[in-house]
Design a protein around this ligand. Structure first.
Ligand SMILES: Nc1ncnc2c1ncn2[C@@H]1O[C@H](COP(=O)(O)OP(=O)(O)O)[C@@H](O)[C@H]1O
Ligand SMILES: O=C(O)C1=C[C@@H](OP(=O)(O)O)[C@@H](O)[C@H](O)C1
Length: 303
């Protein structure tokens, strides 16, 4: 290492890292330009003593080690506190252990608009809870001899689909230890709420623009209610989702717990809800479920 570089490395203030924030996977950025950046090696470690906090987003101490390629060993340049994402998997498990006794085997029903992540988040929750996962759309398809949702709408109409959906929810209401991803429109029939309220209902509340982006990315083949509008895929999805949300917004609010991606983004200080991982959403769902369940027992924790 040349003398100039060595001198620089002695100043811990040399490195100004910008906080990692909620960019999952994280990165450390330097505001200084190093003369030979290609030779600089930076290693950021989370010491074993830094346990994931109950409070996501809280700063966890990280150690920053720097060395130059040609320097044997590494020279500790700086250590301090960076906002780093704690180990989300571990946090998910911790939160699960905390809520499971309160859940007492009750099913979890995820409700929300098409594309809100009910299936994605539902699978994570079922896995960590050791519950079985069911997708009510898939159960309706089975009930109609393996006919796809799109074909059921096409050949038999929406009313027929809704009847089958109610039948499926009735059957599920007699079961325990299941996480159920419901269809986006399951909330419109009051009878469905009677069945779903046998378990705990959770509304995944995602901004419509984010939903439209997701749906535009995967297409609308499996979602017949999005087939009608003209325009590009994003605009079509957004227009149709907006109309549906006007009709259903209030119905979603019947859920026992609400997981708002906008609220998560605000809590974690991340600008775009698209940066919120399904695991983070699952953790928030567990926290909101816990609030609801503790409230039921008279020990309201404050959500
Ligand atoms: N947190 C997330 N961030 C980004 N994309 C997501 C997230 N959750 C789900 N998705 C994607 O959005 C699409 C719809 O998700 P899905 O779980 O099928 O929603 P739903 O079951 O509510 O219709 C899928 O392509 C999925 O990969
Ligand atoms: O919002 C709706 O009315 C629907 C949502 C779909 O489920 P997902 O929310 O799983 O896409 C499916 O049940 C059907 O296409 C109708």
């Amino acid at each position: 290492m040349d003398a100039k570089a060595a001198q620089r490395l002695q100043f811990s203030t040399l490195i100004h890292y910008e906080k990692i924030g909620r960019k999952f996977g994280g990165s450390v950025k330097f505001s200084r330009v190093f003369e030979e950046p290609q030779k600089l090696r930076v290693c950021v470690l989370q010491p074993a003593t830094a346990r994931p906090s109950r409070n996501r987003g809280r700063a966890a101490p990280l150690e920053v080690y720097c060395s130059y390629d040609n320097l044997p060993g590494s020279l500790t340049l700086d250590s301090g506190s960076l906002e780093a994402p704690p180990d989300e998997e571990l946090l998910l498990q911790t939160r699960t252990q905390e809520i499971e006794p309160y859940l007492d085997g009750r099913c979890i029903y995820l409700v929300g608009m098409m594309g809100s992540g009910k299936t994605t988040v539902g699978k994570i929750l079922s896995q960590v809870l050791g519950y079985s996962f069911f997708d009510s759309d898939a159960l309706v398809e089975d009930l109609v001899g393996g006919t796809s949702v799109a074909d059921i709408f096409k050949h038999y109409g929406e009313g027929f689909f809704r009847d089958k959906e109610t039948e499926v929810l009735h059957k599920l209401s007699l079961m325990h230890r299941r996480v159920i991803s419901t269809g986006g429109g399951a909330v419109v029939r009051p009878i469905n709420w009677k069945y779903m309220h046998k378990g705990v209902t959770v509304w995944l509340d995602v901004p419509l623009e984010a939903l439209a982006r997701r749906i535009a990315a995967v297409g609308t083949n499996s979602r017949p209610l999005l087939h009608y509008e003209a325009g590009d895929a994003y605009t079509r999805a957004l227009m149709r989702l907006s109309t549906l949300f006007e009709e259903r917004g209030e119905a979603y609010a019947n859920a026992n717990a609400r997981v708002s991606l906008e609220n998560i983004a605000a809590k974690l200080g991340c600008g775009d809800v698209a940066d919120i991982s399904p695991i983070t959403i699952a953790i928030e769902a567990l926290e909101q479920i816990e609030c609801f369940l503790k409230g039921e027992d008279g020990h309201y924790a404050g959500c």
